[in-house]
Design a binder for this molecule. Structure first.
Ligand code: LMR
Length: 328
């Protein structure tokens, strides 16, 4: 265990299991892109590792690699299919090449709040979505919450016209690209780890993300301000490879699944609190957060919601109807 730790430390990789894994333990590498201690995903991954490493000691050991230290989201799913990493929790926007069903989560103004997201994901329709990528080799295990997205840019954004002509970093998702085009803005897909630098150097003018990501990546340092739009969702699928998952001893697999489920319920229930903490931490830096009047917000809705029509065939009208019934 000590030599493994030394190796990891010398490579500059942070791990959630400071003791390292012991000989004979099956190692689960969990790769993600956010910070480990203040972000909803980082906190959940660390708690999952802590519980597995305590309750399955001697059998299974989870190593968490946060902050894109092992892979960024463009690489991690391929690495998973190769067997180089066992678990990850990319955002639902990062599965474009595996399924189009998750596009419903990217459609602007689909969910009114995180309770609605929770209810939809826990419905029969939502739970079935975990199996959507099985034929492509990936097994979805649990939805993890991140929160609603806000816009920021190098100039004030109060009405949709303010975004016109600006370059916005987006995740690699056709829905998000269409959403920015609906604002007459220019979408630039880019890895999460590159966004701060791109905002700082003016490669892009703005971005959209949750409070915890805006805080964790310090985007507020290189933006004029953040506008509280709550216009879209950022959520995750905890994912593994079908091959690896099915290779596990059933008792081991059940115990991992059960711990993961407990962690999911506990941390998803805390999402609004973690996001609010990040928002308050941004405010405490002196950064500007702009609130919209109901009339201003309606203008964003009117500009962006027409995007739904482009993706109805991909996501299914019945799924949209189910999501809207929950909002009502
Ligand atoms: C992003 O790329 O903006 C997010 O998916 C990052 C994350 O995992 O929260």
């Amino acid at each position: 265990a000590i030599s493994a730790l030394a190796l990891v430390a010398s490579a500059g990789i942070a791990m959630a299991n400071p003791e390292g894994c012991d000989d004979g333990e099956m190692v689960i590498k969990f790769s993600h892109v956010t910070n480990a201690d203040k972000h909803p995903k980082g906190i959940a991954a660390a708690l999952f590792a802590k519980r597995v490493n305590a309750e399955m000691d001697g059998k299974v050991c989870v190593e968490v690699y946060p902050n894109s230290t092992l892979y960024n989201d463009d690489q991690v799913l391929e690495a998973m299919l190769q067997g180089d990493v066992q678990m990850a929790a990319p955002s639902l926007s990062k599965f474009e090449t595996f399924t189009k069903k998750y596009r419903i989560f990217d459609l602007p103004f689909m969910f009114k709040n995180m309770d609605a997201v929770d209810e939809f994901q826990n419905s029969e329709i939502g739970q079935k979505m975990k199996n959507e990528m099985v034929r492509r080799g990936l097994q979805g295990l649990e939805f993890w919450h991140s929160g609603l997205k806000q816009f920021s840019a190098n100039k004030p954004l109060l009405v949709p016209g303010d975004a016109k002509g600006l370059k916005f970093r987006v995740q690699p998702s056709d829905v998000l690209i269409a959403q920015m085009k609906a604002l007459d803005a220019s979408p630039q897909p880019m890895a999460f780890s590159e966004v701060y630098g791109a905002l700082q150097t003016g490669v892009v003018d703005g971005q959209e993300n949750t409070w915890s990501n805006i805080y964790g990546q310090k985007f507020y340092e290189v933006q004029d301000g953040i506008t509280e739009t709550n216009h879209g969702l950022l959520d995750y699928m905890v994912v593994t490879s079908v091959d690896w998952w099915e290779s596990l001893d059933p008792a081991i697999r059940d115990q991992i699944a059960s711990i993961l489920h407990d962690v999911t319920v506990e941390r998803n229930a805390a999402i609004n609190e973690v996001e609010e903490n990040s928002k308050q931490a941004i405010l405490a830096t002196g950064a500007t957060i702009r609130e919209l009047t109901p009339e201003q917000r309606q203008q964003w809705v009117d500009a962006m919601k027409p995007v739904w029509a482009q993706f109805t065939d991909d996501v299914g009208q019945a799924n949209i109807d189910a999501a809207q019934a929950i909002n009502a």
